[in-house]
Design a protein around this ligand. Structure first.
Ligand SMILES: NC(=O)c1ccc[n+]([C@@H]2O[C@H](COP(=O)([O-])OP(=O)(O)OC[C@H]3O[C@@H](n4cnc5c(N)ncnc54)[C@H](O)[C@@H]3O)[C@@H](O)[C@H]2O)c1
Ligand SMILES: *[C@@H]1O[C@H](CO)[C@@H](O)[C@H](O)[C@H]1NC(C)=O
Length: 314
């Protein structure tokens, strides 16, 4: 069964390239990882082995294949061509640098056949910005994952204006097949949806702290003990719908008030100045920089437990 699924090429074997390799292999695809740095390829293969073992231990391994079966599906190469030739889908995972993305997609353009999906993991660059001059531009699309992809399955699929509808459909369906939750952006917009929402939250949080309304520590509790509790299960739209007798009733009851309050938000705060310095200082006191690694492990343990809970509740 695993052999019949076809080949996936992963370009760039950093944090995100490794995650994609695991996701595709778990679904039975043959995965070939390429990196410009040969050491990265071998450390990726080693890293994937360790991560798969950890996932098995926490009961979060995806698919029906064992760790060994999944590992057998993943190989590394330091030849670009070996990764790209014969692949039905390429997931580009090189650093977030415009000139680099342009160069990598030009290289892909030389080797790709007329059917390969050419997907980028970029968090910020619409595909139209780096694919315009390519002869295979109608096969280029963005598939932006959420880090860490094993616990946060959301992937934003963002076609360029010239992306073929078949390529969009194929990308949506392969994401679904490997257990990602794909959402389609109907047009390109800077920051896509996830980061636009994240940035509007972070900017209002920074205003509240800079204006000395609340401490950094208490501000974060507003999310972790309040809004975040429900957002793991219901989004902002459904929250409105459930918090009244439906959305129409919610808008009649609260719409004017929400509009009035958000009109007072004030200018978009820059990432500098005394208010900003205060946030940095409070954050460094709360979580000293030499404890970040420890705190990330703390976070990942909780994300693992939440991912498991969500799976059980489905
Ligand atoms: N890290 C995140 O949280 C996150 C989340 C979503 C999307 N993304 C996006 O995914 C992409 C990759 O991010 P990452 O965090 O894995 O980066 P990373 O720096 O961990 O890995 C990038 C890898 O690409 C390799 N590389 C550099 N130039 C290359 C080339 N020309 N050809 C092949 N490989 C090359 C590097 O050696 C490195 O191994 C970026 O576009 C990023 O914006 C990252
Ligand atoms: C909203 O629902 C409440 C409770 O059913 C009702 O009393 C109220 O009239 C409704 N408001 C509007 C504006 O529909």
């Amino acid at each position: 069964m695993s052999e019949s699924k076809g080949k996936i090429g992963i370009i760039g074997s950093g944090l995100i390239g490794r995650s994609w390799s695991m996701l595709f292999a778990a679904a039975g695809y043959k995965v070939v990882i390429y990196d410009i740095d040969a050491n990265q390829v071998s450390s990726a293969l080693e890293g994937v082995r360790e991560q798969l073992k950890d996932l098995e231990k926490s009961g979060l391994l995806r698919g029906k294949l064992s760790v060994d079966e999944q590992l057998q599906l993943i190989s590394g190469t330091n030849k670009f061509e070996d990764c790209v030739k014969g692949a039905k889908y390429i997931q580009e995972c090189t650093p977030e640098n415009f000139e680099l993305k342009k160069k990598v997609f030009q290289q892909l353009d030389q080797l790709a056949d007329d059917h390969t999906v050419l997907a980028s993991s970029t968090s910020s660059m619409p595909a139209s910005t780096f694919s315009e001059d390519l002869k295979h531009r109608s096969q280029v699309i963005v598939a932006h994952p959420t880090n860490p992809p094993f616990y946060c399955p959301l992937t934003e699929v963002v076609p360029a204006p010239w992306t073929k509808p078949e390529v969009t459909t194929a990308t949506m369906s392969i994401m679904k097949e490997i257990g990602q939750v794909a959402v389609l952006l109907k047009k390109e917009v800077l920051g896509f949806a996830l980061n636009r929402i994240q940035y509007s939250i972070v900017q209002e949080c920074r205003r509240l702290v800079s204006n000395d309304v609340i401490s950094v520590e208490d501000l974060d509790k507003v999310m972790t003990e309040g809004l975040g509790m429900r957002y793991a299960f219901i989004g902002p739209m459904e929250t409105c719908h459930l918090n009244a007798e439906g959305m129409a009733n919610y808008s009649e009851r609260y719409g004017e008030m929400i509009y009035r309050i958000t009109e007072t938000f004030g200018p978009n705060p820059k990432w500098e100045g005394p208010g900003h310095e205060k946030i940095i200082q409070e954050m460094n006191e709360q979580i000293p920089l030499d404890t970040l690694a420890e705190r990330r492990r703390w976070r990942d343990a909780r994300l693992t437990a939440l991912a498991k809970l969500k799976r059980e509740m489905e």
